[in-house]
Write a protein that binds this ligand. Sequence first.
Ligand code: FEO
Length: 183
Amino acid sequence: MDTNRLSQTLAKALNQQMTNEAHNAQIYLAYASWASNGGYDGIANFLFRHANEERNHMMKILEYILKRGAKVVVSAIPAPGPDPVSINDCFEKVFKSEVENTTSIYDIVNMSMAEKDWATWNFMQWFVKEQTEEETLAMDLLSKIKVAGGANAKNDALFVLDSELGKTPDDAKLAQDATAANP
Ligand code: FEO
């Protein structure tokens, strides 16, 4: 008996979205490492934590595909692309990748609606909300950098931003607080 409750179209789209989330995690990892190399440890920590969030998003979709009885296909993750050239560029790139992610989330919502797959539609609403929050976060950061001078932001202003971001609470635990016993 076939117990798969996902259409081929939606299974394919959800598997692709899993890879998209993994790709986003790689982007955050790359930018975090770039920021750390530049001495921006607060920004790096913020981005490292966000990489964990993206991986959690990937896992959330993976678990949903399995729960619906469909096949998970783990694919290669595209490279994150070139490093940012400045903190301003870094957050512009973050914003752009979040907006692209929102577009692919909306595509799946549209597909699930067209198929009247209300379970998937309902599942995707968590991501719709999450994307709103992530876009807002990236917009807020860009606004702060703009006030600090945008692409020409001075070191002292970036230092303040770096210190602030190092303390920001987030869904994922602070990387600096993680231990083997409490990962
Ligand atoms: Fe999983 Fe930032 O979107």
